[in-house]
Design a protein around this ligand. Sequence first.
Ligand SMILES: Nc1ncnc2c1ncn2[C@@H]1O[C@H](COP(=O)(O)OP(=O)(O)O)[C@@H](O)[C@H]1O
Ligand SMILES: O=c1ccn([C@@H]2O[C@H](COP(=O)(O)O)[C@@H](O)[C@H]2O)c(=O)[nH]1
Length: 213
Amino acid sequence: MTPCIIAIAGPSGSGKSLFAQTLVQAVRQAIPGLSLSVIAEDAYYRDQSSLPPAQREQVNYDHPDALEQALLCEHLKALRAGRPVAVPVYDYARHTRSPQTREVAPAPVILVEGILLLADPDLRGLFDIRFYVDTPLDLCLLRRIERDMATRGRTLESITRQYEQSVRPMYHEFIRPSARHADMVITGGGRNSVAVDVVRRLVQTHAQGDGSR
Ligand SMILES: Nc1ncnc2c1ncn2[C@@H]1O[C@H](COP(=O)(O)OP(=O)(O)O)[C@@H](O)[C@H]1O
Ligand SMILES: O=c1ccn([C@@H]2O[C@H](COP(=O)(O)O)[C@@H](O)[C@H]2O)c(=O)[nH]1
């Protein structure tokens, strides 16, 4: 079966990861044993081990150039062709790649979540279905503050500085405009149970072999 590769795009803190996790649980409950692979675009942030830590903190991580999108494209093509890939592992606290990689196996359904998935024409052309999680930017920032202080080793001062310098401007330059390439826009972030159910049905239709995409 040709895999169905699904993009879940949207701003940082909009609920992409939570949406993807909730969807995986819903699909596994509906079709026990169905194999789904999940890939985060964040894993493709460039290795910056050659830069001193203070310099890494100054990088604009919300610009497409911060990501090795060509490698993500290559990996999605390999998965579509039925080959496993070695996905990089990114360390947010150190702003660089870890030495390990994570093997992702080909699967009937592949979910990819990330801020810039729909901004690049080559990358967005590789998805069968494209979603954009549309959450007001003030809520995204509040969620990001809580999450990044709890899990990404960040201080409130560094989060607010980065938000003003790059997160907000890049949202307006690249992320928000990319929403026009989405097939569907999801409001309510990771807890929109109606959207999860609609997407779960789409995935189920595909996995049961009568999907047309
Ligand atoms: N609808 C929601 N209501 C409340 N909190 C949410 C909601 N969606 C996501 N969150 C929380 O907000 C934070 C950011 O969500 P996450 O899924 O990591 O966003 P993203 O992957 O888009 O950056 C997480 O702590 C998550 O649990
Ligand atoms: O070293 C890094 C790499 C990325 N970021 C920020 O991460 C978000 C994207 O991840 P989400 O899971 O969608 O929040 C992006 O806005 C970058 O600013 C970082 O801070 N440091």
